[in-house]
Design a protein around this ligand. Structure first.
Ligand code: PMP
Length: 363
């Protein structure tokens, strides 16, 4: 969060308020003329874009009298980041938390959750969403059987997209509006396109509403869905790989969550693990951004949109057009994952590594 000249009441005061950062070096490498901008969500206090919805869902449930201090136990099925946001909100507010999470999600997320005092139940990754053993099925069973148990339900809770409509979107719009164009760095003065991955779809839906309702109704909203998931439209995009496993965490599902308004997303792209991880490496090496895997999916979706889509090609070559890529979390969630260790430790030796080796060689 940018420096705040105030004493914050508690950690929840440092949710969101994330920076919008130019990705100039990547734009140059890719021959892109527009302003390519990253909304970097890992600087939020819990480390992801999902802090925003956790805070809003907890506060709304308190206002509605659904969360009762000393009685309620918050239960949530999540890929981890919503869980971390909820666990930190509940640590501050004094509620117990149970998180159900598929096995494929990182150990780092489980460790953070447990450190924040949450109970964590792992579930089989391959279980269908409506199977009793899935993360959703287990959460529902625990809610039925634990007195005071309540699922705030990020898949159906309107406060999920609303958090992005009221915070993430306006922050992007304000940053673009308050950065005047110059001769060297022209600006259209508006958000021209926005690219985000979809898990629950709350982020992409809320961003679409914020930008189209209040700012620029012709802004193009691009949704990114991993190969193997079924969220993209038209359905034909999903058929060839439906059900295939993918490693990237936090995006893609085998059902369409209620909060994802697919009609409010203009166009969809499918991305592979390999292109996502290659894009993570670009964000790290060229821009100094320690982002997680789904940030790579979003960037690789943007780069493909610039190359393959008629509108994408036009915007990529329009000087001053502002294109925002939503980067949902940071690499510290994935430090032990083989894909990251490979990317970080097994990269081609740099020329400098050869120089060091020749200086330090024995004899
Ligand atoms: N990336 C990561 C790392 C996430 O944890 C999530 C949340 N599941 C997303 C992307 C997608 O966000 P949303 O649920 O708002 O679609």
């Amino acid at each position: 969060m940018p420096y705040s000249p105030q004493i914050l009441d508690n950690a929840l005061g440092a949710v969101g308020s994330t920076p919008l950062i130019r990705l100039d070096r990547i734009a140059k490498q890719e021959g892109i003329e527009c302003n390519l901008l990253g909304k970097v969500e890992y600087t939020s206090i819990g480390g992801s874009v999902k802090d925003r919805i956790a805070k809003r869902m907890v506060e709304a449930a308190e206002e509605e009298g659904k969360l009762i201090p000393g009685h309620s136990i918050v239960i949530e099925p999540t890929s981890g980041n919503t869980g971390i946001g909820l666990a930190l909100a509940c640590a501050v507010k004094g509620y117990s938390v149970i998180i159900t999470m598929p096995n494929k999600m990182s150990l780092e997320k489980e460790a953070a959750l447990r450190a924040l005092g949450a109970e964590v139940v792992r579930t089989p990754t391959e279980a269908a969403w409506d199977a009793p053993e899935s993360h959703i099925g287990v959460a529902r069973r625990l809610e039925r059987e634990i007195p005071g148990g309540i699922i705030l339900d990020q898949y159906a809770n309107p406060n999920n997209p609303l958090a992005h409509e009221l915070t993430t979107g306006p922050e992007i719009i304000d940053a673009v509006l308050s950065t005047l164009g110059t001769v060297e760095r022209p600006s259209s003065g508006k958000v021209d396109a926005l690219i985000a991955g979809a898990g629950t779809g709350g982020t992409v839906t809320g961003l679409s509403r914020a930008v189209k309702k209040t700012h620029n109704k012709s802004c193009i909203i691009v949704g990114v869905d991993p190969k193997g998931s079924i969220l993209a439209v038209p359905e034909s995009l999903n058929t060839s790989d439906a059900g295939a496993a993918y490693i990237v965490e936090g995006i893609g599902y085998d059902f369409v969550p209620d909060v994802l308004a697919r009609a409010e997303v203009d166009t969809w792209l499918k991305t592979s693990d390999d292109e996502a991880f290659a894009a993570v490496r670009k964000l790290m090496r060229s821009e100094g951004l320690l982002v997680g895997g789904s940030s790579g999916s979003a960037l690789s979706g943007a780069l493909r949109w610039f190359k393959e889509d008629k509108e994408g090609k036009r915007i990529a070559q329009t000087k001053g057009a502002n294109v925002v890529v939503l980067l949902p979390d940071g690499i510290r969630n994935y430090m032990s994952k083989p894909w990251f260790l490979k990317l970080a430790l097994e990269a081609e030796p740099t020329p400098l590594a050869h120089t060091i080796a020749s200086i330090l060689k024995p004899g």
